[in-house]
Design a protein around this ligand. Structure first.
Ligand code: SF4
Ligand code: SF4
Length: 290
């Protein structure tokens, strides 16, 4: 019987919800897996000393996350980064360009509704300077990216590991899985999501910042299939080392002489929405801080 634990660092438990979305398929996991620890799903307080597989959700935000993660690594045969926060830093790592004291001040002292606020300091974990993907703290064996990850992919990865096989993530991009029509003609102006798109036509060509060209497939182009631009939740594919820079490159290539009409500043948060913590920029920032 293989022993499995699931751990939550800084996260909103969305990846665990997707795990629960397996419904009865959890019972089909081969080799009879035993769930021995899960903060979200079980009332078990102590981390186990030894498991075969650990699924780790969430990024590393505090010294407590860091310590927990190191203990998990020590106790686990295989560590799987589970979801985009664990794999890439996720949306929370967009805070990294802001110094931590400034961020705490803004959240606890300066919001419009705060009166006499206090930055918590007693009996709470100490925040680290930067939000980190878990691979910056411990060795990670496999990843299941996505915000949240696809439940089919969770099932396939855990099944492969239980059977002693290598799990496999697709090397395709979201564009490879997208059925929208591409005409090779691009709009001169970037559009916002509230502007109504022409149905059935590639969103990037219509001027929406769709991150399909720089994002790992595996979701069957879920969002463009509903005429919503891909915002890159599955992170870079194996061929884009930095999703945001790859996307900037793709947009610049389509802009040609119209670059003056593209207001990229207003869209900057989109390029690294899920990956800032793992981006080249964030790495450089951490190196300069040392
Ligand atoms: S809509 Fe997005 S995912 Fe689909 S082909 Fe265009 S850029 Fe690629
Ligand atoms: S289309 Fe993009 S944002 Fe939507 S689920 Fe797929 S990777 Fe995530």
């Amino acid at each position: 019987m293989k022993r499995l634990m699931t751990v939550s660092l800084m996260s909103d438990a969305g990846c665990h919800v997707e795990l629960l979305n397996l419904h009865h398929r959890i019972l089909e996991l081969p080799g009879k897996v035993s769930l021995v620890y899960s903060q979200i799903l079980m009332d078990e307080k102590e981390l186990p000393r030894s498991v075969d597989i650990a699924l780790v959700e969430g990024a590393v935000r505090t010294d407590h996350d860091q310590e927990t993660l190191r203990k998990v690594r020590e106790a686990s045969g295989l560590v799987v980064a589970f979801g985009s926060c664990a794999c890439l830093g996720g949306v929370p790592s967009l805070i990294n360009p802001t110094p931590i004291q400034e961020a705490l001040k803004s959240v606890y002292l300066e919001t419009a509704s705060t009166v006499g606020g206090v930055i918590p300091y007693k009996d709470v974990p100490k925040p680290l300077e930067f939000v980190l993907p878990i691979s910056e703290v411990v060795k990670v064996d496999y990843m299941i990216p996505g915000c949240p990850p696809e439940s089919d992919e969770i099932f396939a990865t855990v099944t492969s590991l239980l059977e002693g096989e290598e799990p496999h993530l697709t090397e395709k991009h979201v564009c490879d899985e997208c059925d929208l029509e591409r005409r090779g003609v691009f709009e001169a102006r970037l559009k916002r999501v509230h502007e109504r798109p022409e149905p059935g036509r590639c969103l990037l060509e219509q001027g929406y910042l769709c991150l399909g060209p720089a994002t790992r497939g595996g979701c069957k182009a879920r969002c463009p299939g509903r005429m919503v631009p891909c915002d890159g939740c599955r992170g870079p594919s194996d061929t884009s080392w930095d999703q945001g820079l790859a996307m900037l490159d793709a947009v610049s290539a389509t802009a040609h002489e119209r670059i003056g009409t593209y207001e990229l500043r207003t869209h900057a948060g989109i390029f690294h929405r899920y990956t800032y913590g793992a981006s080249a920029l964030s790495r450089l920032q951490r190196r300069l801080k040392k």
